[in-house]
Design a protein around this ligand. Structure first.
Ligand SMILES: [Zn+2]
Length: 428
């Protein structure tokens, strides 16, 4: 009997997967439509504009999980079938530009930054909609809307430079795995072997860390070697500039350890023929630093002694949308979170809507907020301080990878595992 029920359950599951897959086949091909767009503006407001459309040869994302139910991120893309108006694909993401909007510089300057999003390549005419989250009501509001015809002559279908691609780990069909791509930055031609071994070392560190350690078989890992003229990265605050493939540098927003690049076009050009669910830019220096934004990229340095944990922390941002749980380090942001609203990140709360967060993970009788005392310090609770702010915002455990490189707390672990299921095209 049990066996029969199991068989029936399997049949139902296969059938459901079949329906979802045929939905993919109705609307999409297993290729990508890359949409590059500019975000411009200042502290007062922002606008968006298309820069280029490209057809690219792979689609590594899920085939059934087409409409994103996380609702994470500062931006959201929605794709509608133009004829029926039906929502057929959506995804949330963050950008470095939205962080810049909260800096002092954005009060006196107007800037334009390139961003990029890839969607499965449409078979029929679509309507593309880009939305931005307002900090006032935390809702997504339309920024740009346009129709795209898949046969348009304005879609660039050309090949780009093929970089050296190494498969570090391959567990199966990219549509059912998390495809993690390491990208080389600041490695000269003769340092490409070092890059592959650095990437392997980082991959091994990730798979030693729970909850990733239990999910190695859910990942494919790729290393994409790009050659730079110089070794290292820019230190603009010290007058040091290197000629590198992805134009990375420290001193993002004036913060010495904040290492990023705003050259999204070069990044996406480098991975044009690799299935990419998550991107980590490995930067060839021994200094301390890094950065990570949800569904954008994460980056870190190859040779600092703290690097493997920095990588895991930044990957927590870029892969699972986790917030920083620290609240005492210098950052360039002003009022990054609106304390009158519930933030969207799964591992911080303002208690405005704690029900939607990790309330089910705390033991009954745990005081809210939870004091950091002997009884509670190593348990899941609601501890004040997080998201760069010491008051009015709360984190799930006193210590976590997202605060100080301790093991991931239960709320973060759950969010990571949920994201893995999404990319493996399972129910999440
Ligand atoms: Zn955490």
């Amino acid at each position: 009997m049990i066996r029969k029920i199991l068989l029936m359950a399997t049949a139902t599951l296969l059938c459901m997967t079949g329906i979802a897959q045929s939905r993919f086949d109705t609307f999409f091909e297993k290729k990508s439509l890359r949409i590059d767009f500019a975000l411009s503006g200042n502290a007062e407001g922002q606008r968006a504009a298309i820069e280029q459309l490209r057809e690219e040869p792979t689609w590594g994302g899920p085939l059934s999980n087409l409409v994103d139910e996380f609702h994470y991120g500062g931006y959201y893309v929605r794709i509608y079938d133009k004829a029926s108006g039906e929502l057929i694909y959506s995804k949330g993401f963050n950008t470095l530009f939205e962080e810049w909007l909260t800096t002092d510089q954005a009060k006196t300057e107007t800037q334009s930054w390139t961003n990029s999003i890839s969607i499965p390549f449409p078979k029929r005419d679509i309507t593309f909609e880009l939305l931005a989250r307002s900090r006032d009501d935390m809702q997504f509001h339309p920024l740009l809307r346009m129709d795209i015809a898949p046969e348009s002559i304005f879609i660039d279908r050309g090949a780009l430079k093929s970089n050296h691609i190494t498969k570090l780990l391959y567990n199966g069909e990219p549509n059912r795995k998390v495809d993690l791509v390491f990208l080389a930055e600041g490695y000269r031609a003769e340092e490409q072997e070092k890059f592959v071994s650095d990437a392997r070392r980082f991959m091994e560190a990730l798979f030693r860390t729970p909850p990733f350690s239990a999910h190695q078989e859910d990942f494919n890992v790729w290393a994409v070697g790009i050659e730079s003229e110089d070794s290292g990265t820019d230190l603009s605050g010290k007058g040091i500039f290197k000629q590198t493939a992805l134009n990375s540098g420290f001193y993002t927003f004036g913060i010495d350890r904040y290492l990023t690049t705003r050259d999204m076009k070069s990044i996406r050009d480098a991975v044009w023929n690799v299935p990419t669910d998550a991107l980590f830019i490995l930067i060839n220096t021994d200094m301390y630093g890094g950065g990570g934004m949800y569904n954008f990229y994460a980056c870190g340095t190859a040779d600092n002694e703290r690097t493997p944990v920095v990588f895991t922390h930044e990957f927590g941002h870029s892969f699972a949308g986790l917030a920083d749980e620290y609240f005492s380090s210098e950052v360039a942001y002003n009022d990054f979170y609106n304390l009158k609203q519930e933030p969207w990140e799964p591992n911080i709360t303002t208690l405005v809507d704690f029900e939607s967060k990790w309330k089910d993970l705390i033991e009954e009788g745990t005081p809210i907020p939870t004091p950091v005392d002997e009884t509670h310090q190593d348990r899941c609770g609601v501890f004040e301080g997080g998201g760069y702010i010491p008051k009015g915002i709360y984190r799930p455990m006193d210590h976590c990878m997202m605060r100080d490189y301790a093991p991931f707390c239960p709320a973060c672990s759950r969010a990571i595992e949920r994201m893995i299921r999404y990319y493996c095209d399972e129910e999440y």
